[in-house]
Design a binder for this molecule. Structure first.
Ligand code: WTA
Length: 657
């Protein structure tokens, strides 16, 4: 975030109340009602969650213990039996939603599809039987590397139905990144498509899968299932690769949902941290189902007639929780869009809203800032009167973008929910409830009922109002990550020991800096670790550094984030070269391309600066703080006395951008 953004956030004191018309129909209608609910939940969180689990979800068998907390390991609804695919599909066949649209899909170029609950149920059952035919059993991990097509959601729900944990890998990740994740998850099957549309071009997904699996590099993978989407020529490896439509042909649609243990793994989702390798965040079934169900219902204030659209990709946690599981568990109509705003079709989002009469729209600040640049004539030329509620997620929203969203998209009548959460939290943790909590532009406002959050110092003591500190969660919640796949020690170290536990009391360390104002509103300032947020995508600086040093020309690399008006942050890499190489424009291009190949286009450095040496402390640590200032073009301030060789800094400064 730029200094000016931080300053404007610090000075922000406008307050926006929901309109009486919104409040009248809202599920939670006033700040008092929220506070009562919050206090009730806080007084007895287990009781609060247990009551909701009982009222809102179908269980094959009730749990016997609500929470078993052996810090930092939690189990929720112990011995309960449940299936999230049952909750998302089967129960809506008998509650009047059988013929209601479950999934509306707007594809590229000009394709579309609508599946009712009955149709989606049938597709999922058939596909789940197909998975069984391929030998997939309860507990087997399945990799999903798909474009934004209905089959992505069908595959996830089918895996959940038979108890095979999925691991969705964002379709923008490279073959190398895909391979690492498939190996770590020991996936037995990969589900993909021949290709997917991204901004007027076809992404050759199946080719990437072939590359990832070449030379038996991921030996656990036995089969690949391919959806025909773009119909270009692809290689099909005999015996290994199968077409989705062949597998599904003639397969029975009778596939009862497997009663899963509440704590059975539902999915692994890889995310970036401050150390090299991405972490496999593990989510389990019962608690995740309950938490995504309740948050979707209250935060998006769902009603049966809503058309709900979240613009995330299913490859991210937002797509898991708020395109697929949360909305479907509530019997909502969820919209999935394959396209993205681009020069050739800058108004496409507004066309989708107009075409389907979307009433709830959930997107990212980086997208909003892109729309601002594209100009308000685009949304103004469409009918957006169906909208009644807006949301944002992924990074702090600057007040200017918030105000534009409110005025131009929301027509000054739609509340905005700024939702703070993470891959690890599984669901939204800090947010307005739109009919109840007045909003302040740039603040995620207050914790969801049942969530105990605070801003603390490194000893775990709460800081005073308006003092900066670390965002922490002080009590377990149902959709919390259970562990890092295959690495419980890393789980403990990363999240629970930054703030040392006191008297057996553990705090969850989110990795974000924040402050609470005098009204208790949270203002999230961004990451305090070596994670950067580029256009709402979370990347570890170490990952990008490892990618760079894997190129023969690079001796050392240091990566930092630099403020960017649209993307929030942009990657700047400082590299030193091996002796025989010298800086050139070609090498610069080659290194950028190398990062794309190692990780994916989302990690392409905006800038690479060649350096003779990197600024280090006497103990050899790279001083990123200095590099961050240099990258941002700011004066290097603060203490530089620990710098080993001051001339390094001078040279970098002279070399400039
Ligand atoms: C950031 C995305 C400020 C934050 C759901 C967090 C936010 C990281 C917000 C998680 C928000 C997400 N305001 N910052 N409303 N939402 N973040 O795992 O730094 O991709 O730690 O999950 O995004 O990113 P992740």
């Amino acid at each position: 975030m730029s200094q000016s953004t931080i300053e404007s956030i610090l000075q922000e004191n406008r307050l926006f109340h929901p309109s009486p018309a919104f409040v009248e129909k809202a599920r939670i209608k006033s700040l008092d009602e929220y506070k009562q609910l919050y206090e009730k939940a806080k007084a007895d969180p287990q009781r609060f969650w247990a009551d909701l689990a009982e009222q809102e979800l179908h269980w094959f068998q009730k749990w016997d213990t609500v929470l078993d907390w052996q810090p930092p390991f939690a189990q929720w609804f112990v011995n309960g039996k449940i299936n999230i695919s049952y909750n998302c599909l089967d129960r809506h066949l008998t509650n009047g939603r059988r013929d209601k649209p479950a999934l509306i899909w707007e594809g590229e170029p000009g394709d579309s599809r609508c599946l009712t609950y009955a149709q989606l149920h049938q597709e999922v059952c058939q596909f789940a039987n197909g998975l069984k035919q391929l030998g997939i059993k309860k507990g087997d991990r399945v990799g999903i590397y798909m474009p934004m097509i209905p089959e992505a959601a069908i595959a996830m729900l089918a895996c959940a139905r038979i108890g095979a944990p999925h691991s969705v890998v964002f379709g923008g990740f490279s073959a190398e990144a895909l391979r690492d994740r498939l190996i770590d998850a020991e996936a037995k099957l990969v589900i993909t498509a021949d290709g997917g549309w991204r901004k007027d071009a076809i992404v050759p997904l199946k080719d990437q899968v072939d590359k990832a699996l070449a030379d038996n590099a991921a030996p656990s993978v036995q089969n690949v299932l391919v959806v025909k989407r773009t119909a270009q020529n692809i290689h099909m490896e005999p015996g290994r690769d199968h077409w989705w439509h062949d597998l599904q042909a003639g397969v029975s649609a009778d596939c009862p949902a497997e009663p899963m243990d509440s704590e059975d793994m539902l999915f692994i989702l890889y995310t970036s941290g401050s150390t090299g390798k991405p972490k496999g965040v593990v989510h389990t079934t019962g608690g995740y189902n309950l938490y995504t169900h309740m948050t979707t219902q209250w935060i998006f204030d769902l009603r049966d007639e809503d058309v709900y659209w979240c613009t995330a990709d299913v490859g991210w946690i937002t797509g898991h929780s708020y395109i697929v599981y949360g909305p479907l568990s509530n019997g909502a109509t969820t919209l999935m869009y394959e396209g993205a705003p681009r020069a050739s079709n800058p108004g496409c989002f507004w066309d989708v809203i107009q075409k389907y009469r979307v009433s709830i729209f959930y997107t990212a600040p980086t997208a909003i800032r892109t729309f601002i640049k594209m100009g308000e004539q685009l949304p103004k030329a469409r009918d957006l009167s169906s909208l009644r509620l807006l949301g944002t997620v992924g990074e702090p929203i600057n007040p200017e973008a918030w105000m534009w969203y409110h005025r131009v998209i929301g027509g000054e009548r739609c509340p905005i929910v700024d939702t703070w959460w993470q891959t690890e939290t599984g669901g939204i943790m800090i947010t307005a409830l739109p009919g109840a909590i007045p909003t302040k532009p740039g603040s995620a406002t207050l914790p969801f009922p049942g969530v105990l959050a605070d801003v603390v110092d490194l000893d775990g003591n709460p800081v005073k109002p308006n003092e900066g500190g670390y965002l922490a969660i002080t009590y377990p919640w149902p959709s919390m990550l259970r562990t890092v796949y295959g690495d419980p020690d890393r789980f403990r170290r990363t999240y629970w020991e930054h703030i040392p536990p006191k008297d057996g009391h553990y705090l969850y360390f989110a990795g974000d800096g924040a402050r609470k104002d005098e009204d208790g509103y949270f203002w999230v300032m961004g990451r305090v670790d070596d994670v950067i947020n580029v256009a709402g995508h979370r990347l570890g600086t170490m990952e990008v550094e490892s990618a760079l040093v894997s190129h023969p020309a690079v001796a050392e690399a240091a990566v930092v984030g630099k403020p960017d008006e649209v993307k929030g942050q942009e990657i700047v890499a400082f590299v030193t070269l091996e002796g025989t190489y010298s800086p050139s424009d070609e090498l610069l291009k080659e290194l950028k391309q190398h990062v794309v190949q190692e990780i994916g286009a989302i990690a392409r450095p905006g800038e690479i600066r060649f350096a003779d040496a990197l600024p280090k402390t006497r103990s050899g640590k790279i001083m990123r703080r200095l590099l961050r200032s240099l990258a941002a073009g700011e004066e290097v301030s603060g203490d530089v006395s620990t710098l080993e060789d001051r001339s390094v800094l001078e040279k970098l400064r002279q070399r400039g951008g």
